[in-house]
Design a binder for this molecule. Sequence first.
Ligand code: SF4
Length: 283
Amino acid sequence: MATEDLPDNSKMDHGRARELIGQLARAGVGGISFSAGEPFLYGAEIAELVQLCKEHGIYSRIVTNSFWAKSAQAADTLVLALREKGLCQLRLSYSRWHQQHISRDNVVQAARSCQKNGLPYFISFVTDFSAADDPHEQFLRDHGLLFFPEPVIYAGRAGSLPRRSIQTDYQANCCAMNPYLGPDLDMYACCDAGRHFPATNFFHLGNLRHQSLEQLFVKSEAEPLYNCIRTMGLTNIASYLGLPARQIITYGKCELCRQLFNCPETVARLRGEQRELAAWSRG
Ligand code: SF4
């Protein structure tokens, strides 16, 4: 998780995680992404869970910072073991912030090993789109690696980074909202970013200690405002609320989401005006 300043090494109970994979498969979940601070802090357990996903026909992905790929040989050892367990994809995080702690050669070694051993991968190039990132992007190009830029999410440790000044197109900003399950069994209706809405806890669905998986999935799919985010998009919701278009285009998607849904008054207003909001369409 995008943790706050203090390191948090909490992890899900392994037996519980195994049980949950079976339940998720029965609920029709088709893919699981293992992310965290760093899933390979618990490498043997994660490998076992990947194998379980394979047995249940669930697509599996692991998001990692590549700390383990200290040499080509070390990278091959882990990549081959994961391929053997049935991992479907490795996603390698890379940015000028990650690389203050991990050599970028590790990322190259991990990617090269995936290429060599036939394990699908891509590099998630986290950027604030500033010129400071140009050499980091060029490094990936120079090495011929598969990468996709991703906007930095200003939450957790990244919460204090200076905001970039952007002007986007007036795009819908719809969001698929994949549910997120934390080690403490709290479940959220969207990815990790959604955990950082402290004023409203808008995306919190509940906790599996008190509710069933099915109840939380139903909540995720039935909440009208979540469905507005999925279908009409955050930009239309912001226009409905009266935000000037000139201001809307200065926010990235998750930032706009936070502006709208981390505000108790806005959430209360939208809940009270759901019919009018649903009618706010081009027809
Ligand atoms: S736009 Fe909102 S719902 Fe979508 S990922 Fe960002 S915070 Fe989550």
